[in-house]
Design a protein around this ligand. Structure first.
Ligand code: NAI
Ligand code: MG
Length: 533
């Protein structure tokens, strides 16, 4: 098998790439010396981990041109965690220049080579999983359970999945048109700008870079200012895996500067964005105002979760609790609007309340904690603002509703259930992004479908029922990009993910995302046709 790959690598290489790269690079990339001069240590749960703090441009960790730094904090205490280089417009320019230059050879590289690099990166992530969990927990407030069971394995799986796709992106042929032979090529788009949020910093980094690299694009990526650390660590691993310098370039910094510069850049061919709908609109406008770069958007949600009377209530309670507890509600597909049929409303609410009451909230480095701090002070205040608006608009706080103050500081909020909610309340219409759900009662399928779809968003939706005809009917009628039957908050790298309506444009994951990272070129061959006179 190894021999097969070896011979394939050598023969199938385009000449430019084979001249430029020694064969050994395509097989077992050498470990290179890593110059992470600015590596600093952080610790979480007794584990100390070094994190590079520079911008990652052209395969090196470098200082920002302006020499600026910004601080990321630990949300469990609200105390500073680490200072990292803060990029600005001129750093984006440099990163794009390097990414453009690298694209000239990377686009023609053997897909088998790209697959091997992606798999190698997956191996390195696997070996360093505990360090990545520690970094992610310290920077975001996640529990080790969340980061260790979902974020890190999800990132590794995504890398391997797109490694598998690298040599399977094919075009079509046509001999149907008389006197012609036509075919299509799937070519990489070019330099891809990628902007990611703070709720899944590692996973979103990998969701973005893996399909882009598999298809021969180069990348300039910006992490969220609240959570820059895990991506910096992965850049160290990208270098260790032996990716050519400049394939992935990371510019940490703020949205208004770095994000805005990427979105407006005249030499960025595509932007992939995950974050709020408001910022997503800005990205689309920036494309229109600059070079009409392709834009894909993965935005917010206000997803309905419907419980019919024939559901297994105990399981529906478990999944509905996970629907909001996953990542403490900071999930774009969180099940924030629960609709329960009147026949089982009391039973469901009683069991659900008991389930939510049992959630242990506290510092994320303590054993047994289910819910850690919210990601940042800004988000914490935003969530408390929504809770207040629910109260002001007349909803009932059935459970929780208060911050949890700790002498050590940090951003903790009680799991919160609102009842007596009305469809036009802010808490029923806007994304809260915290541990807050609204429960409503319904009478009929048609009524609940109307309410469920009464939103500008369309990211996800779920139905709990044992009636499979109903399950199919309801999932067909729900206007959302992901629908679940008898489960909630389950996504997988092999299945397309994205939004209907204002929840986004385009799909991530699965084969679908490859569409975003390739463009189709048609090639006609004249097979004997005369020119029209
Ligand atoms: P945001 O959409 O502003 O941030 C996401 C990313 O966009 C970050 O990297 C940020 O630096 C960048 N960004 C900000 N302004 C930009 C600009 N003008 N140009 C280019 N990039 C820019 O979201 P934010 O402020 O962190 O959170 C606000 C709310 O957005 C949350 O409370 C939540 O409701 C929603 N959100 C949704 C996410 C999702 O996965 N759908 C993820 C994060 C936030
Ligand atoms: Mg942080």
């Amino acid at each position: 098998m190894a021999f097969f790959v070896r011979s394939l690598s050598i023969r199938a290489l385009p000449t430019r790439a084979s001249k430029a790269q020694p064969v050994s690079r395509f097989l077992l990339p050498n470990l290179r010396t890593i110059t992470t001069a600015a590596t600093k240590n952080i610790s979480f749960g007794g584990r100390s981990v070094g994190v590079p703090t520079g911008l990652f441009i052209g395969g090196e960790f470098v200082n920002a041109k302006g020499g600026n730094l910004f601080e990321t904090e630990n949300p469990a205490t609200g105390k500073p965690l680490l200072s990292v280089a803060e990029g600005r417009e001129e750093d984006v320019d440099e990163a794009v220049r390097v990414a453009r230059k690298t694209f000239q050879t990377w686009k023609d590289s053997n897909p088998v080579y790209r697959a091997r690099l992606l798999n190698k990166l997956a191996d390195i992530l696997e070996r360093n999983a505990e360090d990545l969990v520690a970094i992610e927990c310290a920077d975001t407030g996640k529990t080790a359970k969340q980061a260790g069971n979902l974020d890190v394995p999800g990132s590794i799986g995504t890398l391997r999945y797109y490694a598998g796709w690298a040599d399977k992106v094919l075009g079509q042929t046509s001999t149907n048109i008389p006197s012609t032979f036509a075919f299509t090529r799937r070519e990489p788009v070019g330099v891809c700008g990628q902007i990611i949020p703070w709720n899944f910093p590692l996973l979103m980094f990998v969701w973005k870079i893996a399909p882009a690299l598999a298809t021969g694009n180069t990348v300039v990526i910006k992490t969220a200012e609240a959570t820059p650390l895990s991506a910096l660590k992965v850049c160290q691993f990208i270098k260790e895996a032996g990716f050519p310098d400049g394939t992935v370039n990371l510019v940490s910094g703020y949205g208004k500067t770095v994000g805005n510069a990427i979105a407006h850049h005249m030499d960025v061919d595509k932007v992939a964005f995950t974050g709020s709908t408001a910022t997503g609109r800005g990205i689309l406008k920036a494309s229109a105002a600059s070079n009409l770069k392709k834009v894909t958007l993965e935005l917010g949600g206000k997803s309905p979760n419907i419980i019919f009377p024939d559901a297994d209530i105990e399981k529906a309670v478990d999944w509905s609790a996970w629907g909001i507890n996953m990542n403490f509600g900071q999930t774009c597909h969180a099940g924030t609007r629960i609709y329960v049929h009147e026949d089982v409303y009391d039973k469901f609410v009683e069991q659900y309340t008991a389930r939510m009451k049992a959630i242990q909230v506290g510092p994320n480095d303590q054993q047994g904690v289910d819910q850690g701090p919210q990601n940042s002070k800004m988000q914490y205040e935003k969530i408390l603002g929504y809770i207040k608006s629910g109260v002001d608009e007349g909803a009932t706080v059935h459970l929780g509703g208060k911050p949890i103050e700790r002498t050590e500081g940090g951003y903790y909020i009680q799991p919160t259930i609102f009842t007596d909610v009305k469809p036009d309340m802010k808490i029923m219409r806007e994304e809260i992004f915290g541990p807050v759900v609204c429960i409503s009662k319904f009478k009929s399928e048609s009524e609940v479908l109307e309410q469920a779809n009464d939103t500008t968003y369309g990211l996800a939706a779920a139905v709990h029922t044992k009636d499979y005809e109903r399950a199919l009917r309801v999932t067909s009628a729900l206007k959302a990009g992901t629908t679940w039957v008898n489960m909630y908050n389950f996504v997988h790298w092999s299945i397309p993910f994205g939004g209907y309506k204002e929840s986004g444009i385009g799909r991530e994951c699965g084969e679908a995302v490859l569409e975003n990272y390739t463009q189709t070129k048609a090639v006609f061959f004249n097979m004997g046709m005369s020119a029209p006179k």
